[in-house]
Write a protein that binds this ligand. Structure first.
Ligand code: ACO
Length: 278
């Protein structure tokens, strides 16, 4: 059971250093990204975009799991979202959708936009890869500037196994990750271990689970010792080169939505929840 009224995203600020942690907080659902969780994440990412104090952001999940990607249950059966409630995200393609907008169209677009926002934050974002990262969760990790993984980490893109196209994240992943391994990963939907995730380029360092916090601490201290303006400008330089265009993002989203809503997609998601397809 999910605890009622628990914040879906926790924000923790260090008192002695300009460091903030954003923590997905739905451990019972392996931190799957629902509309409300994404709204909380976006609000914090928008706030950080103009914050000049925080220099390092840790992105991680509660309960020893990073994030299981899009909330498949909500995306397949959740209530539509009134267009007015989407204005705050300032995403033109959502504002052009007929009102109300099916949540199956909203959630994936917000996942893409969160990836872009992480990529363009002025702070250096350090992803903490523990447990599992699937689909949009792995997409978010791919946008982090650095990723420290514990050796129990697994990553996967299960879209093909579920029966829909792995289109949503393609414009991000194909720019960031080793092509042959990525291709194998999306085609087989087989999860990979931390070592392979490093070969793929999804994570940077891999350490034993009991050394993860020390590794994070070392990375944070190293970043804080660098010139903040030079760091921020360096990040911007690389982000510009590896970010897809708005048209590519929109096109990927449309292919995803069509495929997710197809019979094969509906059946696969129902199968994941052990249900008969509707
Ligand atoms: N959406 C909704 N609910 C989810 C999701 C998800 N993506 N992932 C896990 N859950 C729920 C499960 O339904 C289960 O709920 P229940 O307790 O009410 O039955 C709970 O989280 C725990 O899940 P388990 O599968 O029991 O956890 P386990 O630790 O064994 O496995 C793992 C974790 C590997 C992440 C597994 O849950 C999984 O494969 N999830 C699906 C991941 C996925 O396919 N994501 C891609 C989405 S597509 C995209 O993001 C573009």
């Amino acid at each position: 059971m999910e605890p009622k009224n628990a914040p879906l995203v926790l924000i923790e600020r260090e008192t002695a250093a300009p460091v903030e942690t954003i923590k997905f907080n739905r451990p019972e659902k392996r931190n799957a990204l629902s509309f409300d969780a994404l709204r909380a994440l976006h609000r914090e990412l928008r706030r950080l975009a103009t914050d000049r104090e925080i220099r390092v952001v840790l992105l991680r999940g509660a309960g020893g799991t990073f994030c299981a990607g899009m909330d498949l249950r909500e995306a397949s059966a959740g209530a539509p979202v009134p267009r007015d409630a989407l204005r705050e995200f300032e995403i033109p393609s959502l504002e052009r959708e007929p009102d109300p907008v099916p949540v199956a169209r909203v959630v994936p677009r917000l996942v893409q936009e969160a990836i872009l926002r992480v990529k363009f934050l002025p702070q250096i974002v350090l992803g903490v890869a523990e447990g599992a990262a699937y689909g949009g969760g792995a997409g978010l990790l791919s946008a982090c500037d650095l990723v420290a993984a514990s050796d129990d980490f697994r990553a996967g893109f299960s879209e093909v196994k579920l029966g829909f196209l792995p289109a949503l994240l393609e414009p991000f992943l194909s720019r960031a990750l080793a092509p042959k391994l990525l291709y194998e990963l999306v085609l087989t939907s087989r999860p990979i271990d931390a070592k392979t995730a490093r070969e793929l380029g999804l994570v940077g360092s891999v350490v034993p689970k009991d050394r993860l916090e020390a590794e994070i601490q070392t990375l944070v201290e190293t970043l804080l010792a660098r010139n903040p303006d030079v760091l921020a400008e360096t990040k911007r330089l690389f982000a510009k080169k590896t970010a897809p265009t708005p048209n590519e993002v929109d096109a990927a989203w449309k292919i995803h939505c069509e495929s997710f809503e197809s019979e094969s997609g509906r059946r696969g998601v129902a199968r994941f929840f052990g249900e008969k397809s509707r």
